[in-house]
Design a protein around this ligand. Structure first.
Ligand SMILES: NC(=O)c1ccc[n+]([C@@H]2O[C@H](COP(=O)([O-])OP(=O)(O)OC[C@H]3O[C@@H](n4cnc5c(N)ncnc54)[C@H](OP(=O)(O)O)[C@@H]3O)[C@@H](O)[C@H]2O)c1
Length: 403
């Protein structure tokens, strides 16, 4: 690192690239970067089509380049960045160029399977990847982890549960680990009877009791599909077997993850439900950095409660666990079907309980036509992804005549 790149603290700033910069994770990250201008150099910011938010952020964080996936929004971005010295670009080739730029840390925070190609490309020797885009691990976990290992890249989990587990997972004691436990808030319908869940509206499902997140993950939290995805994610991140992974409903979202050891110890990470804590952990790793989140006041909190997940009212969790067990292409198809079903629910084309029904029907049909084979490359994953999307749209269009 050249001497002039060093700050007054004597430490070279970390060069950072953000994929999905304008989203909920991206905004929390931007807040930390803005508060620590000497510690980070923002190389590239990538988003889909939100030109104004991307331009604002690029200016605030003094990024070198801002890139949109969507060409139609490019004129707005160019106009907003005119005269700032920040390069504006759009399209897939521009995203690839941005991902290839010299950097130390890439934060993968695009939502959905759209994150696969750029995040895979970002895995290059000498970098760290802070991964929020769980779809990389859900849809293509084996391929992703193989590439991470082959390149020697350090993979840091941003997702709060996995970040918590990462913090208390003793890597040199894996044979002493009995269980890895992911906590779940239970979402807004935790106490609702099944009959009432038929009539859930998008507005109700978008009101998460504890976390402020993007719309897809918020609906996935309401169905508990998100927890299913997170179990699949954990299966790729931590060297444990599927039956060592457990889910515990914990409505206060104070304990984010736990690891149980053979000596009876249960190690947990606690914190306010604020994504800036796990993001900061990834930014500063293996060190730490100050974060202005609300401190937990355990005396004020009084008690923490726990319950087992209810498989009958939240069938998505079971569907996801079955997809993990089935392996092959099942988790990728699960994700694709869920993305389409959640979108249809948000557009009020299907009901809340149609989400698991659609996904289950699509997985059954794909399995019956032997389409859930393991992927050999990302293109295989994307082919299956588009087939599963097609089938889900078919199900939505002709639900009654599908079987
Ligand atoms: N939010 C959380 O608290 C949280 C917690 C744990 C894990 N995660 C995971 O983190 C990921 C991001 O979640 P989020 O809640 O931040 O989502 P979000 O608020 O919906 O933001 C998604 C981001 O991805 C960008 N994007 C979408 N499609 C793209 C494309 N084709 N090319 C480039 N950029 C694209 C969006 O850009 P535009 O703004 O231009 O559309 C936006 O910047 C998800 O995988 C989620 O499961 C989120």
């Amino acid at each position: 690192m050249p001497v002039e790149a060093e700050t007054v603290t004597g430490r070279a700033p970390t060069r950072i690239t953000v994929l999905g910069a304008t989203g909920s994770i991206g905004q929390s990250l931007a807040d930390l970067l803005e508060k620590n201008p000497d510690r980070f150099d923002v190389v590239a910011l990538v988003a889909n089509r939100n030109a104004h938010a991307l331009a604002d952020m690029a200016i605030k964080l003094k990024a070198s380049i801002a890139v949109l996936a969507d060409d139609e929004s490019f004129p707005v971005l160019t106009e907003r960045l005119n005269g700032t010295g920040i390069t504006a670009a759009s399209g897939q080739a521009a995203i690839e160029e941005a991902v290839d730029m010299e950097t130390d840390l890439v934060v993968g925070a695009i939502v959905g399977a759209a994150g696969l190609v750029p995040t895979f490309r970002a895995i290059k020797p000498g970098r760290r990847i802070a991964l929020a885009n769980k779809e990389c691990l859900v849809c293509a976990g084996d391929l992703f982890v193989d590439k991470v290992r082959a390149t020697g890249v350090e993979l840091l989990p941003v997702d709060s549960e996995h970040n918590a587990i990462f913090q208390v997972f003793e890597k040199d004691q894996t044979d002493q680990i009995e269980k890895v436990i992911l906590t779940a808030s239970g979402g807004p319908f935790r106490t609702w009877p099944l009959a009432k869940m038929n009539d859930v509206t998008p507005a109700q499902a978008l009101k998460h009791p504890n976390w402020d997140m993007g719309s897809r993950i918020t609906i996935d939290s309401a169905t508990m599909m998100n927890k299913g995805f997170e179990v699949i994610e954990a299966a790729h991140l931590f060297p444990v077997s599927n039956d060592q992974l457990d889910v515990l409903v914990h409505p206060q979202s104070t304990i984010h993850g736990l690891v149980q050891y053979k000596d009876g110890s249960l190690l947990a990470q606690l914190g306010s439900p604020d994504m800036r804590t796990p993001i900061a952990h990834c930014l500063a790793y293996p060190g730490r950095m100050p974060v202005p989140v609300t401190r937990l006041n355990l005396a004020e909190l009084g008690k923490l409660t726990f319950e087992a997940p209810d498989a009958e009212r939240f069938p998505c969790l079971g569907i996801a666990l079955a997809a993990l067990e089935a392996g092959g292409g099942a988790p990728a198809a699960l994700n694709a079907a869920d993305e389409v079903a959640v979108d249809a629910f948000l557009k009020e084309r299907i009901g809340f309980l149609d989400i698991p029904a659609a996904i289950e029907a699509v997985l059954e049909r794909l399995a019956a036509s032997d389409m859930l084979k393991p992927a050999k490359c990302v293109e295989d994953v994307l082919d299956l992804d588009s087939e599963a999307r097609k089938k889900t749209l078919e199900w939505i269009g002709s639900r009654t005549s599908w079987h």
